[in-house]
Design a protein around this ligand. Structure first.
Ligand SMILES: C[S@@+](CC[C@H](N)C(=O)[O-])C[C@H]1O[C@@H](n2cnc3c(N)ncnc32)[C@H](O)[C@@H]1O
Length: 335
């Protein structure tokens, strides 16, 4: 059997390190079918960042880790219903076991959060083993039990501009819309892939013309696998137009859309298909044209958040609510 080349393997979200000692076996199995040419990444809950687990993951071939810190401030961890962690244990584990990328996830737009607080978070991350971080604007999912008043949009926008300015001053590189690397060399992203195969309960798969979601029900998942069937619960067959929009949405995460890449991907000319939208985006100051590509501005990145928030609430939120209750729903209606 000829092995297929894939760039990367990613374990997440949730807490895959609960089965840290199985990761090597899973990687080995995947290696019999695929050749991984670049990285193996994993999402880690702060509780899982111990020297022993990091050594086990490194031995399994993991090269990139992303730790869901969310905030180093006790008051925000409480707001997000997270426990407190032993940061010294995390930092000393990171000092002992090296990875190509050590990323930490944060959330901004929590009540009363200021740039001073976020600067402390960023510097704590960079001074204690991280070389990359993600900072996501807060999204108000319907299934989480929020007990605080959300930051208003004006303040959130101001905070985003302050984060961008601060990171520019420090020379940190904004490699994706919500991520920065310390030196520009260490990337981490599970989100900006043209195609991917999802294995496991609730995993999604993106193909050239299809998007699929596996069942969220563990028993049903096992049942399907044991009987030699795919555990797909929902499937969307893209129209050409939908696929192009999907490509553009996720490519915009890189803050640039290249006309040549778009042509290679879709066989169509970007400006012929989206000339009006791009012109409007330029007039509104959301993008700038640089040679062959459209580059998103800071203003554009704030309004992208609007769109992402809308997409997340009208699609991901609905899908999760449905899939949590039904292993194989008949359909998902997106309004
Ligand atoms: C976006 S995902 C995956 C991030 C991962 N580092 C990557 O690039 O593959 C998970 C992260 O989203 C963030 N997140 C979770 N809930 C959120 C919410 N309600 N609003 C904003 N961000 C949230 C958290 O920082 C969490 O660690």
């Amino acid at each position: 059997m000829e092995k297929k080349e894939v760039t990367s393997l990613y374990f997440g979200g949730g807490t895959p390190a609960l089965v840290a000692n199985k990761i090597k076996q899973i990687v080995g199995h995947i290696n019999t079918y695929f050749t991984i040419t670049e990285d193996i990444g994993i999402e880690l809950h702060p509780c899982d960042v111990t020297e022993e687990k990091l050594l086990v993951l490194k031995d399994a071939g993991v090269t990139k880790i992303s730790i869901g810190i969310q905030s180093f401030q006790t008051e925000y961890l409480k707001l997000l219903c997270r426990g407190e962690f032993n940061y010294n244990r995390i930092f000393s584990a990171l000092a002992k076991v090296n990875f190509e990328t050590v990323s930490m996830d944060f959330i901004f737009g929590l009540p009363g959060q200021t740039i001073e607080i976020l600067k402390r978070d960023i510097e704590t991350a960079f001074n204690n083993g991280a070389n990359h971080f993600a900072i996501y604007p807060f999204i108000d999912f319907t299934f989480t039990d929020r007990k605080f008043i959300k930051m208003n949009n004006r303040e959130k926008k101001k905070l985003l501009y302050e984060i961008v300015d601060y990171c520019n001053e420090q020379g940190y590189v904004r490699d994706l819309i919500w991520t920065y690397s310390k030196y520009g060399s260490s990337k981490y992203s599970s989100m900006t892939r043209e195609n991917f195969l999802g294995f496991g309960c609730s995993a999604t798969t993106l193909l050239e013309d299809q998007f699929k979601i596996n069942t969220f029900d563990l028993q049903e998942y096992q049942h399907r696998i044991n009987s030699g069937n795919l555990p797909t619960a929902l499937k969307l067959n893209f129209s050409r137009r939908q696929r192009m929009v999907y490509y553009l949405f996720w490519t915009a995460y890189t803050m640039r859309v290249n006309s040549t890449d778009f042509k290679t991907f879709s066989g169509e000319r970007l400006e012929q298909n989206y000339g009006f939208e791009l012109l409007l985006a330029r007039i509104l100051g959301f993008v700038k044209k640089e040679n062959n590509q459209f580059v998103m501005t800071t203003k554009g990145s704030y309004y992208y958040y609007y769109y992402e928030n809308f997409y997340t609430l009208s699609y991901i939120d609905r899908m999760w609510n449905l899939m949590k209750n039904e292993p194989f729903p008949r359909e998902l209606i997106i309004k």
